[in-house]
Write a protein that binds this ligand. Structure first.
Ligand SMILES: NC(=O)c1ccc[n+]([C@@H]2O[C@H](COP(=O)([O-])OP(=O)(O)OC[C@H]3O[C@@H](n4cnc5c(N)ncnc54)[C@H](OP(=O)(O)O)[C@@H]3O)[C@@H](O)[C@H]2O)c1
Length: 225
């Protein structure tokens, strides 16, 4: 499956691209410029060797040529970036990692911004109604993605309104060692999932670490009568 990482040149996008490339998927790293996307590809190859399954493209071409899209840009860039890939994103699963953090407007990354749409993922769905938006990857830090020799000790909480799209991306996400996908339901659940991120950032600061993550337990234990 071809995965296009839109804005894949930053910490989160490069980490995700590297892990999925390591898992053998075909990756297109997208950027506003082809040159910057190529720098991203070179970084992935520095880490993984001269692999053939990663290439560079503009965000627009990455969206058109991919089966699944992953959006990894700051909130301030979310709307323009989504509008720039409107054509290519139509009908495709779009995994939105956008964090609505107060740091987007000069505040603290340990606080969440309240958006009129309810969440950044719902905002993405409003901007691109024809894409199948799924909130994903918000609670897994770039530090975890880049621990390439270790399984990622985190669940990936996802939510979205298109059940088929979630069923399609779940095995894909779980190709990354260690990650378990937890389907949290409809897209409106993103307002809760996205708020966990500033909590984790705060915990990282308090504990002087960068690996704060989340695991949901007990869901396979059955009902107590
Ligand atoms: N970093 C993490 O650990 C982490 C964890 C969970 C969620 N997230 C979320 O994932 C998203 C990406 O995080 P990040 O740390 O990777 O962000 P970042 O490094 O600041 O930016 C990622 C990419 O977005 C593009 N971009 C940046 N500013 C832009 C602008 N004003 N207009 C258009 N494009 C712009 C750039 O790509 P080009 O210049 O190549 O176009 C940049 O390389 C954020 O929403 C963040 O909240 C991050």
């Amino acid at each position: 499956m071809k995965i296009g990482v839109i804005g894949g040149t930053g910490g989160q996008g490069l980490g995700i691209a590297t892990r999925f490339a390591q898992a053998g998927e075909e990756i297109i790293i997208g950027s506003r410029t082809l040159e910057k996307a190529q720098v991203g590809v070179d970084k992935v190859k520095e880490l993984l060797g001269d692999i053939k399954n990663v290439r560079a493209a503009t965000n627009q071409d990455a969206a058109k040529e991919s089966d699944v899209l992953i959006l990894t840009v700051p909130l301030a860039a979310q709307k323009d970036t989504l509008l720039s890939i409107k054509e290519g994103a139509t009908g495709k699963p779009l995994l939105d990692a956008t964090g609505p953090l107060m740091s987007a407007i000069g505040g603290s990354a340990t606080q969440c911004m309240l958006l009129p749409e309810g969440s950044a993922a719902q905002r993405a769905q409003t901007i691109l109604p024809a894409a199948k938006v799924i909130c994903a990857f918000n609670n897994i830090s770039q530090t975890w993605w880049m621990q390439l020799d270790e399984p990622i000790d985190c669940d990936c909480l996802i939510c979205g309104d298109d059940k088929d799209a979630k069923a399609m991306v779940t095995p894909l996400i779980e190709m990354v060692p260690g990650i378990k996908v937890v389907d949290c339901g409809a897209l409106e659940r993103a307002s809760i999932i996205e708020k966990i991120t500033p909590l984790l950032i705060g915990l990282n600061i308090r504990n002087k670490c960068q690996f704060g993550g989340i695991r949901i337990t007990g869901l396979d234990k059955g009902r107590v009568c």
